[in-house]
Design a protein around this ligand. Sequence first.
Ligand SMILES: [Zn+2]
Ligand SMILES: [Zn+2]
Length: 256
Amino acid sequence: MRATLTVLGSGTSMGVPTIGCACAVCQSPDPHDRRTRPSILLEFGGRFVLIDTTPDFREQAIRERIRQIDAVLYTHTHADHILGIDDLRPLSYHREGKIPLYASPEAADFIRNMFRYIFDADYKFGGLARLELKAIEGRFELFGKTFAPVPVIHGDTEIYGYRFGSAAYLTDFSTIPESSYALLQDLDVLILDGLRHKPHPTHSTVENSIRIADELGAKRVFFTHICHDLPHKETNAALPPHAQLSYDGMKLEFEI
Ligand SMILES: [Zn+2]
Ligand SMILES: [Zn+2]
């Protein structure tokens, strides 16, 4: 089945432009240099699956005219990936049942604790998002398609990327364990962390990610979680054509 992937946000945790920064990228007039926090939306067979709810989710949803979310997958619980959870509210009201949120058991616990007012509240006056957490440790089915969590190392913690059909999304990682390589074979589309050129303790560089993507033999490669070190146009001109920076609003087709 044909599926569409929309890059909702391609920026690092602080976003680009970064508050208070006067660098050339943060002041760039090129809309490709405006990067909201990292998230993607998948659409297949009339279903809409969101990966992460960033602090920019409201803006992303309005920009992309999102009217329906059928499930959310969480990669991990850093603030730049979860803080938009409350903006699922309007999408959670006009549907049957609660929106299912899939996460690792640790991430599901963290989200339940952090947002107790949503999950444990005994609040009679409405206004809360209608959400339900589902802990996942391996492959699972969603609307007839298989999704696989891909364990990756982000600093000193193991978090999830996801594989679905011929595509995969690995937003935050510093290394990919050998054991996860088997989940990343035969990829038409690979979106992965490409923070900047300079090494970082919890994120992959563009060069490291190109090496990994080439080892995996991914056909089309796009970087995300990009910081203000990388001007879109110049950086892409210097990169190989099969491995480019993504940008907010970019759409890709793949087979699921
Ligand atoms: Zn992040
Ligand atoms: Zn992170």
